[in-house]
Design a protein around this ligand. Structure first.
Ligand code: AMP
Ligand code: GLY
Length: 432
């Protein structure tokens, strides 16, 4: 059998995890990266360092290297014509085109699709184009809302009343700022509950689920501080112990309905769809739908994936995904090593990694860094993801904590993610 050549776009920890699975499946990786990620570079046959949204250069690179398949990691790339252009050049792609990716790139579209197709789990939402209307709505209602830009925010644009926003005046000010910049703003009723992410592979018809994961977006311990792209994430051997199985089944049904709705809307979705849900007494509500692997949650599941990723990707791209994916039944805890000040004023700096000390039950993924595998240059974004693998979530957290000494430098980690204390509190508060 000849070796598959696969184009991989993206240079974060998520794409490092994809690259490792591709290499494990025997593929030759050709990567398009914006930072000189030392791990992705070492796994690639060849790489192109470029702006990841430079779709013309990436298409030229793919054609020149004669790739057999392409996969796109980051959301901003899914807003460019790259996927359509690769397809029209005859290259199968395991990612959605722009029309399908709108489920993520426009939160207004996502809410209206759910309304039009009567999909359960929707949250009441309103779009405002006028600051005056927004202001009188908020003053009259007296309820709490999540205030969101319509488009991509890199995980940092959403502010929730009662969380990052203290008063109605502040909510009006933030909403008005978004209208001034984007012309409109989305308001959603505030939901309260435990969040979880469910990622699925889909070819537009068949839906193959991955284990659920919980992501920790807040910058500091005990879920305080500003929202970030994600500071860490946890998964259990059989779901998450504090989320009901029936809730997960309903969440999967919601994703199946969204896949069907997109197909009926003339936007067949081929790629990875990921729902961010919140568990309420009535089951799951949809906080957000994304058209790609989650970061960091993808690294939890990819660290456990047994099925050949090339088979899955070709199944997606050729719209013949007639199988599910298999995962080891283990717990994982991921903690991101980030520069000090990440979330407000990140400092950057150097890290050293003593790779020979890395045990078998720990995966180390390289994110927004450059340098070498042993001497890592941090940027202002997340640096290294450590994923501990064990039978229970607290044990997987211990795997990371016991091995933090492998990484030296001036960095910050949220130690509370996956700890016994955290899981006990969640178990005590769970919905029965
Ligand atoms: P997003 O960028 O949409 O994923 O939102 C970031 C975070 O804001 C989510 O993980 C939630 O914790 C919170 N959030 C977003 N929408 C809502 C909502 N409607 N109700 C409560 N919290 C929300
Ligand atoms: N886990 C957050 C995101 O990937 O958007």
């Amino acid at each position: 059998m000849t070796q598959n050549k696969v184009l991989l776009v993206g240079s974060g920890g998520r794409e490092d995890a994809v690259a490792r699975q591709l290499v494990k499946s025997g593929a030759a990786v050709y990567s398009a990266i914006k930072n000189r990620n030392p791990s992705i570079m070492s796994l690639s046959e060849e790489y192109l360092v470029c702006d990841e949204t430079d779709f013309n250069s990436i298409l030229d690179f793919a054609l020149e290297k004669g790739v057999d398949l392409a996969f796109v990691g980051p959301d901003p790339v899914l807003e460019t014509p790259l996927v359509e252009n690769l397809r029209s050049s005859g290259i199968p792609v395991a990612s959605p085109d722009r029309k399908a990716a709108m489920i993520e790139t426009s939160k207004e579209f996502m809410r209206s699709l759910m309304t039009r197709y009567n999909i359960p789990g929707n949250i009441p939402s309103w779009v405002f184009t006028s600051a005056r209307d927004l202001s009188s709505f908020l003053i009259k209602s007296g309820k709490q809302y999540a205030i969101k830009p319509i488009g991509l925010t890199g995980g940092k644009g959403v502010r929730v009343m009662g969380d990052q926003i203290g008063t109605t005046e502040e909510a009006i000010r933030y909403g008005t700022e978004i209208i001034g910049r984007d012309g409109k703003v989305l308001l959603e009723e505030r939901s309260v509950g435990e969040e979880f992410s469910l990622q699925v592979f889909t070819d537009g018809t068949h839906v193959a689920p991955m284990p659920i994961v919980q992501d920790f977006k807040r910058a500091y311990e005990n879920d305080t501080g500003p929202n970030t792209g994600g500071m860490g994430s946890i998964s259990g051997p059989d779901g998450l112990p504090f989320i009901r199985k029936s809730t997960v089944e309903k969440a999967l049904d919601i994703l199946v309905k969204i896949v069907n709705a997109l197909r009926n809307d003339g936007r067949p979705f081929t790629g990875i769809l990921y729902g961010q849900f919140m568990e309420t007494v009535n089951g799951p509500v949809v906080i957000e739908i994304n058209s790609r692997f989650a970061d960091p949650e993808s690294m939890n599941v990819l660290s456990l994936m047994k099925t050949d990723i090339c088979d899955i990707f070709f199944g997606i791209a050729d719209q013949k995904l007639n199988r599910d994916a298999e995962f080891e039944k283990k717990a994982t805890v991921l903690k991101y090593v980030v520069p000090r000040g990440y979330g407000t004023k990140p400092e950057g700096g150097m890290l050293t990694v003593e790779r020979k000390l890395l045990p078998d039950n720990l995966r180390l993924y390289y994110a927004a860094v450059s340098g070498t595998l042993e001497r890592v240059e941090m940027s202002t974004s997340r640096s290294l993801a450590m994923v501990g693998i064990a039978d229970t979530i607290p044990e997987a957290s211990d795997v990371v904590e016991d091995n933090l000494h492998i990484i030296k430098g001036n960095y910050f980690v949220r130690h509370d993610i996956g700890s016994r204390d955290m899981i006990e509190k969640k178990m005590a508060n769970r919905i029965l």
